[in-house]
Write a protein that binds this ligand. Structure first.
Ligand code: GLU
Length: 495
């Protein structure tokens, strides 16, 4: 049997470090045994999935050097590798499960289900689908279908007992069925949910081992029961520990940059990022800290993954990156890295229109436009709130600005400006007043080239990282953060 693993990201945002980490471990597991590694795009969420996100995920995995044997862009014998192109297959198996009495139609409307949950909560019960679809007679189901009523297909779940399975990394896990809901397999729009699509695909793509994040453990019974119901042999399943922030909370962009692009833009080397991800819960037999992908593959042993939450610490990564720069690159290679990164005509041609009108000598450029290539500028935090506007208003406006920018997919100055303007208006700030702290956050100075232009050139990841640092300077307590989230719900997002 061919060992075949996969990574199956949903293209709904920035390319996440977690995706690269899961990809790396699946990749090493397969390659160590001469197997294959597959990239599958799980884009069943039609609202949140975007082509840009898919491309960004592929670009960043490639940048890291994790190449797939089968995938949407390279093809492969079990394609297509994008779930939105496989809808009919999922529909076929969902209906087959209904015919075999292992799944059922439910015609309940969203309002009916809301009411059901409210009633359950009023009685002090945990809200849970109550199996109402199962109580319909065959005639009622047929009448509803004939009348063209929208439906979902849900899987049957035993009412009693528990489900036991053997996790490759964690040993036997037992989950009571009463904690498992009657999962929707096919949605009213005809698209599958994660479970249906994932099982059908892993089976058809002949995936032998699935290593996914531990956040999925509780859903393992549903997944494995589906294999049983469909009469398919299940792949081996293992759950890798989640990456954590240094304070042990789940790695999140609120506390750490999580987008792989950020690390690329900051000038981390892909070898170092991959090396550091390889040390998340795993180590070389001789405990050496620096190793290449080829060395990791050679010595890889999934059973040696330790399950305590591995901490992703940007300072440690920086230290390791420094080692890579000093010890693994010749001066010629390092020069080439600089050129590939930002010391090139492409960057200059984007910076010059801004700079040309303001310089007298070529050397003026360094002071004037250093922020176009630097990381996080240093400045006196008092400058952020030096204007007339109330500090609390500036804090909220900065936070809303970051959240709005996170949603922006086409990063250009007119969109960035429109968001800045709308956030300023919402907070009754003049645009100039609001741009002042942004100016400091982005350029580290109180005057320079146009800040919106700078943000366009810098790109989304670095711009947002600088704004986040500014927000940290201003300081947002946990309590304030909650308040901000609540206030943001009232914010009329544009676009
Ligand atoms: N699409 C899922 C995700 O985004 C895949 C989980 C899995 O590996 O099964 O994490």
């Amino acid at each position: 049997m061919t060992i075949r693993t996969r990574v199956a990201p949903s293209p709904t945002g920035d390319p996440h470090l977690g995706t690269a980490y899961i990809a790396l471990f699946n990749y090493c597991f397969a390659k160590q045994q001469g197997g294959e590694f597959v990239l599958r795009i799980e884009d069943t969420d039609q609202v949140r999935s975007t082509a840009e996100s898919e491309q960004a995920i592929m670009d960043s995995l490639r940048w890291l050097g994790l190449n797939w044997d089968h995938g949407p862009d390279v093809g492969g014998e079990f394609g297509p590798y994008r779930q939105s192109e496989r809808t009919e297959l999922y529909q076929k198996f969902a209906h087959q499960l209904v015919e075999q009495g292992k799944a059922f139609y439910c015609f309940a409307t969203a309002e009916e289900l809301d009411q059901m949950r409210e009633e359950q909560m009023a009685e002090g019960l945990r809200p849970k689908y109550d199996g109402r679809g199962l109580r319909l007679t065959a005639e009622e189901v047929q009448a509803n279908l004939d009348a063209g009523k929208p439906y979902v297909i849900r899987m049957m779940i035993p009412e009693e007992g528990s489900f036991k399975f053997n996790d490759y990394l964690r040993g036997e896990i037992e989950i009571p069925w009463e904690n498992v809901d009657m999962q929707v397999l096919l949605k009213a729009d005809g698209f599958p949910t994660y479970f249906m699509a994932n099982v059908v695909d892993d089976h058809h793509m002949q995936i032998s081992h699935i290593f996914r994040g531990e956040e999925w453990i509780n859903s393992a019974p549903k997944l494995l029961k589906l294999y049983e119901d469909l009469g398919w042999e299940a792949p081996v399943l293992g759950h890798l520990p989640l990456l954590r922030n240094p304070d042990k909370s789940k790695l999140s962009k609120r506390k750490n940059p999580t987008s792989i692009n950020y690390y690329k833009e900051m000038g981390f080397l892909p070898e170092a990022v991959l090396n550091y991800l390889g040390r998340m819960g795993w180590s070389m037999p001789d405990e050496r800290e620096k190793f290449t992908l080829a060395e990791m593959i050679e010595h890889f042993d999934m059973k040696r993954v330790s399950l305590g939450g591995p901490v992703f610490d940007v300072d440690k990564l920086s230290w390791l990156n420094g080692l890579w720069i000093r010890e693994n690159l010749t001066d010629e290679e390092l020069i080439q890295r600089f050129v590939d990164w930002k010391f090139n005509t492409q960057t200059l041609s984007r910076v010059l229109p801004e700079a040309k009108t303001r310089i007298n000598t070529l050397s003026d450029l360094v002071d004037l436009a250093g922020h176009f290539v630097g990381g996080i500028p240093s400045y006196d935090p008092a400058l952020l709130t030096a204007g007339k506007a109330d500090d609390a208003v500036i804090t909220q406006a900065l936070q809303f600005f970051i959240w709005e920018l996170e949603k922006l997919r086409s990063w250009n100055k007119s969109e960035i400006f429109a968001i800045a303007k709308s956030v300023a208006t919402f907070h009754e700030l003049k645009i100039k007043e609001f741009l002042e702290p942004i100016f400091v956050a982005i350029t580290g100075k109180t005057s320079s080239t146009s800040v919106v232009d700078a943000m366009e050139v810098l790109g989304s990841d670095l711009s947002r990282a600088r704004l986040r640092v500014a927000l940290n300077h201003v300081g947002v307590s946990k309590k304030q953060a909650k308040k901000l989230e609540k206030a943001y719900r009232e914010y009329p997002t544009i676009g």
